[in-house]
Design a protein around this ligand. Structure first.
Ligand code: AMP
Ligand code: MN
Ligand code: MN
Length: 301
């Protein structure tokens, strides 16, 4: 299982483990702990169509929890998972990881959870098929912002994956570039309404994708908004408020400065990485903006 509202690293990790276990002759199934379907563009990842979204923890002899910085990131499964006697393998790369599970494969220097899985598969003697390489690459290319950040070794890993014959143009196209006309219109409206409030001399560039604006848009189109605020050099923090349900926001934080945005997210119940973090919250637009500004002020002063 991967985290709720999964990204390509979560789905790529689940499908990598599925394919590895199948190769080893094991019975395995993939799960996301939410009632609603995940973003349709993630179905381009091999075996993603075999992942079930559910609210009840499936029975198993072993759970593998992937790309989750804490147990609550498993959503509807989290309380049953915290009570279970069944062993749990945790594989993750979040700096804010709380350290759960029976066995922990945690590497905060890894660019993606799929990067850690590549090493694990080697130890297990699993053959790197083109299809497994596709799943691993999906997590790697997206979590590195198309190889903008990461260790030198990420390029060696990318080389190994590309050498299996994966189609990097199609993978990137499906995961990152595909947009609809209503999606482009939504992006235009959200971008034109950017605000840059200030707290104690710290500027926060804010995009707000309200519930009515994102009606009819694909989830990956809404998620792509964060790419616009990541590079706003005039601000200390870039934030995207995504009102997926009326009054309920998933918030993404980014920075290019020497600022730990995961500390800001953690103040509001979230977490993540030093330069990319997130949290969820509820309220009116004004309230949730104010809540973030207060957290920015508290952390940066
Ligand atoms: P996102 O902005 O959704 O791409 O998330 C950026 C980073 O923050 C990812 O590594 C997420 O795992 C983490 N993150 C996002 N939302 C949450 C949350 N509600 N709780 C904990 N971590 C989160
Ligand atoms: Mn993720
Ligand atoms: Mn990840």
């Amino acid at each position: 299982m991967g985290h709720i509202r999964p990204d390509a690293d979560a789905i790529g990790s689940v499908t990598t483990v599925l394919q590895a276990l199948h190769q080893l002759g094991k019975t395995a199934s993939g799960w996301i702990g939410q009632p609603e379907a995940f973003a349709a563009n993630l179905l381009s990842i091999p075996l993603a169509d075999q992942i079930t979204c559910a609210t009840e923890l499936p029975k198993a002899d072993l759970y593998v929890v992937l790309d989750c910085g804490s147990l609550d990131r498993t959503g509807a499964f989290s309380s049953a998972l915290s009570d279970t006697d069944t062993p749990i393998i945790m594989v993750d790369h979040h700096a804010s990881n709380t350290g759960f599970g029976t066995w922990q494969l945690l590497d905060p220097t890894a660019e993606s959870t799929t990067t850690i899985l590549r090493a694990w598969l080697r130890d297990l003697g699993v053959e790197l098929t083109t299809s497994i390489a596709h799943s691993i690459y999906a997590g790697l290319v997206t979590d590195t912002g198309s190889f903008r950040w990461g260790r030198p070794a990420m390029h060696e890993l990318a080389g190994e994956l590309v050498a299996t014959g994966i189609n990097t143009r199609c993978i990137a196209g499906a995961l990152m570039d595909d947009v609809s006309i209503p999606g482009l219109r939504m992006v235009g409206q959200v971008l034109s309404a950017i605000t840059v409030p200030e707290i104690d001399g710290h500027r926060v560039a804010i995009l707000t994708a309200t519930h009515d604006l994102i009606q009819g848009c694909a989830m990956n189109e809404v998620e792509s908004l964060v790419d616009y605020v990541r590079g706003v050099g005039a601000a200390d923090v870039g934030a995207v408020f995504k009102e997926y349900r009326p009054g309920w926001f998933a918030v993404s934080l980014r920075t290019t400065k020497d600022i730990d945005v995961s500390a800001i997210a953690a103040r509001i119940g979230g977490g993540g990485h030093v330069r990319a973090a997130g949290y969820t919250t509820t309220g009116t637009v004004a309230e949730v903006h104010q809540e973030l500004l207060a957290a920015v002020g508290a952390v940066l002063n």
